[in-house]
Write a protein that binds this ligand. Structure first.
Ligand code: MN3
Length: 181
């Protein structure tokens, strides 16, 4: 994902670390399959097209085109980054999903929010407050060594736009849940 942009680099759709059906009944296999194989694949495909256009623009010294391409790269590159994080944030209850083991993260959560439950409520409230499409995030502020609950619009990637390290991302795009409401 952090590969250098060069004519030999191609962005690829990462495999999921579980089967599409493994998160049922929480997320249906149909949603997982469409979300991964169609939506995420589209961000990857678009990013590859933009990447080639960027290479051409750089080769021609066409600064105007380089600037024009930025918005699409932010959107599709963000979509690729965000979903790559999202898939790895999810796991089935049989593999420990829904539980947070004791450790540095839980200690930090307890210190800062009082309990995991309070953090979950804070994150849920921020996330459902997203207007339109976007993401809810639990991020880590490396400078102040603090957790941060925040949201980003559209496919804005957390670290590239805020500096926060993404720990947990919640996809608030309708395509993440529309078949199961
Ligand atoms: Mn999505």
């Amino acid at each position: 994902m952090k590969g250098r942009l060069s004519s030999t680099t191609k962005f690829i759709l990462p495999d999921l670390p579980y089967d599409y059906s493994e998160l049922e009944p929480y997320i249906s296999a149909q949603i997982m399959e469409i979300h991964h194989s169609k939506h995420h694949q589209t961000y990857v495909n678009n990013l590859n097209v933009l990447h080639e256009k960027l290479d051409d623009a750089v080769a021609k010294g066409d600064v105007s085109s380089i600037i024009t391409l930025q918005q699409g790269i932010k959107f599709n590159g963000g979509g690729h980054l965000n979903h790559s994080i999202f898939w790895n944030n999810l796991t089935s209850p049989s593999k420990g999903g829904g539980e947070l083991e004791k450790g540095d993260l839980l200690t930090l959560i307890d210190t800062q929010y009082g309990s995991l439950e309070v953090l979950q409520k804070t994150l849920a409230a921020a996330t459902v407050g997203v207007q339109g499409s976007g993401w809810g995030w639990l991020g880590y502020d490396k400078v102040n060594k603090k957790l941060s609950v925040t949201t980003t619009a559209n496919q804005d990637p957390l670290e590239a736009t805020t500096g926060l390290v993404p720990l947990l991302g919640i996809d608030v795009w309708e395509h993440a849940y529309y078949l199961q409401v």
